[in-house]
Write a protein that binds this ligand. Structure first.
Ligand code: SF4
Ligand SMILES: [Zn+2]
Length: 555
């Protein structure tokens, strides 16, 4: 199917015809009477042989409601919502694509399409929306919010995920304009420069609770840290791809493992959340070398989140020629499932595995695995083996109501380079995660960031409390299962920082969460929110580290 055909089909699916409206009305009645959603949809096939989509069903629900033909029914809406997973962690992600632009990288596995930013294909689900809106950030954000609202999703807590090639390679005036326009859309069209938009967003209806960009390790230096903070960035996605210099060179990554190590250390020292991309099946790798490569991730890198993107052979990437010469072989689906099932149970409990495959339509894949449901295949294999993945994603409570008194407070401590990380979490009796906080205690040899707010500070890099549609500030308004979880995590972090001799706590707050921290004793710094924490003079090794901060870090 051609791209325009795909887009046309996508558009058609969005429009509610009289036929679809009639089918939706019947299906809604059956679902209300207790029938399972997909069964009800299938029992009313459309004339073209297809069935109604869930989004059309939700749109029909709203139409009938507005016309007074249907009484409001929250339970029914809950059942028919499209992809309820999208907001289960309490936050709705809105993806925005930057314009086509060259990338300084020359990676041989990376596809090139002149219509798209480097590495994206026009028919990838998220990317298609960017193309449809001519990469205009305002239109992309505004239309996404409208669409989410139409299907009944909460849109008060928005994480902006900016995708497209290498963010840091774009001109800075473009970057600033792009982020400002995203905020303008969140703020309902209000005018103002970037910092004015950020200020408006603090109390806007669609608050920004996270801002993510993707870049290369060799673009990260001290200047870049400050710039990203100025834009409001809280999380950085970076391609590590491999932790073997030979493999990096064979695939023309253009940077070394050491450079990745430095970039991760810098980002961590500046409080950013770090998402690494890791690619098995690169040119020169074998399933066995990939297993070894993966284990290296948990020494000096320790990403907070990980995307496993098995290398996919695409016709518009340089790797295609290598394959034609017979020098590259893509793994089969079975090999990949085997490999991922081997490595997944070894993932530490502080890391979240966001993906195990990239969402590329299989028609683009020349040879090798074409299944995009690899995650399910791996899950089946893990169940067969009787093991399970313990990553954050696999342990999230997923919208279940939790009684706060059953939760256990856990503090997982792990060293990363010169820093000591604390993954403080609330865990249910059956080992599910109800919320967590990432606290980073920089050591004497942690890299100098040059950021004034962070002098002598312990860093809160993330606070996350799970629950569907938990409104910003709902904690104080009393969303039963969440009362105080965030506040209690903050108190615990403060206690640990103090016990280690730190006098200051800094948090990398997304613009829309600033008020939350201000209400909890933090003050506005230049680029972070900070709180002074009094030192108790009980002497321990940790005190030494914190006091170093007070008197300046030895170099
Ligand atoms: S750095 Fe990323 S976007 Fe650039 S060529 Fe390499 S893989 Fe593609
Ligand atoms: Zn997992």
């Amino acid at each position: 199917m051609s791209l325009s055909e795909r887009q046309q089909r996508w558009q058609t699916r969005k429009t509610l015809t009289p036929e679809k409206r009639a089918a939706a009305r019947l299906a809604l009645e059956q679902i209300r009477a207790g029938m399972e959603v997909m069964r009800a949809l299938r029992s009313h096939p459309l004339a073209d042989g297809g069935v109604l989509s869930k989004s059309a069903l939700v749109a029909a629900y709203h139409e009938l409601l507005a016309a007074g033909e249907l009484a409001e029914d929250g339970e029914l809406l809950q059942k028919i919502r499209m992809k309820p997973m999208r907001t289960l962690s309490g936050v709705t992600t809105v993806t925005v694509l930057t314009k086509p632009y060259p990338c300084p990288g020359k990676c041989i596995f990376c596809p090139t399409d002149v219509r798209m930013p480097k590495s994206y294909l026009p028919d990838e689900p998220g990317a298609m929306r960017g193309l449809e809106h001519h990469f205009d950030p305002y239109a992309q954000v505004a239309s996404r919010i409208t669409a989410l609202e139409a299907v009944g999703h909460p849109t008060d807590k928005i994480e902006l995920l900016i995708l497209g090639g290498t963010w840091s390679a774009y001109r800075r005036d473009y970057q600033e304009w792009f982020v400002r326009r995203c905020f303008e859309a969140l703020n309902g069209g209000a005018e103002g420069n970037l910092s004015e938009q950020q200020a408006i967003n603090e109390t806007a209806a669609h608050r920004n609770v996270g801002l993510v960009i993707e870049t290369r390790p060799d673009e990260i230096d001290r200047k870049e840290l400050a710039w990203l903070r100025r834009l409001g960035v809280t999380k950085v996605q970076m391609g590590a791809q491999s932790l073997d210099d030979r493999i990096l060179a064979m695939n023309q990554r253009g940077h070394t493992v050491e450079r990745t190590r430095q970039a991760v250390a810098l980002l961590r020292a500046a409080g950013f959340k770090v998402v690494l991309h890791w690619m098995p099946n690169l040119h020169g790798a074998t399933p066995q070398s990939d297993r070894e490569d993966f284990s290296r991730l948990w020494n000096d890198f320790c990403p907070d989140e990980l995307k496993i993107y098995p290398n996919q052979l695409l016709a518009n990437a340089e790797l295609y020629e290598v394959w034609q010469r017979g020098e590259f072989r893509p793994y089969t689906t079975e090999e990949l499932v085997e490999l991922i099932a081997d490595i997944k149970p070894g993932v530490p409990r502080y890391c979240r595995i966001n993906r195990v495959i990239r969402d590329i339509p299989s028609t683009n894949v020349v040879e090798g695995n074409k299944r995009t449901s690899l995650r399910q295949d791996v899950l089946v294999e893990l169940t067969r083996r009787g093991v399970r993945c313990q990553c954050v994603r696999c342990r999230e409570v997923r919208g279940a109501t939790i009684a706060p008194e059953v939760l256990r407070l856990d503090d997982l401590v792990y060293p990363v380079g010169a820093a000591e990380e604390h993954f403080i979490s609330f865990v249910t009796p059956d080992d599910r995660l109800a919320g967590f906080l990432r606290l980073s205690l920089p050591g004497a040899d942690s890299p100098e960031t040059g950021l004034a707010d962070l002098q002598g500070a312990a860093l809160i890099r993330e606070v996350h409390v799970y629950g569907q549609a938990l409104a910003v500030g709902a904690e104080s308004a009393g969303a039963a299962q969440h009362i105080g979880l965030g506040t209690r995590l903050l108190a615990q972090a403060e206690e640990i920082a103090r016990a280690h001799g730190f006098q200051k706590l800094a948090v990398i707050a997304a613009v829309g969460t600033r008020r939350y921290y201000l209400q909890r004793g933090f003050e506005r710094g230049e680029l972070y929110l900070v709180k002074q924490v009094a030192v108790r003079f009980t002497f321990c090794m940790g005190n030494l580290r914190g006091l170093r901060g007070k008197f300046g870090r030895p170099k």
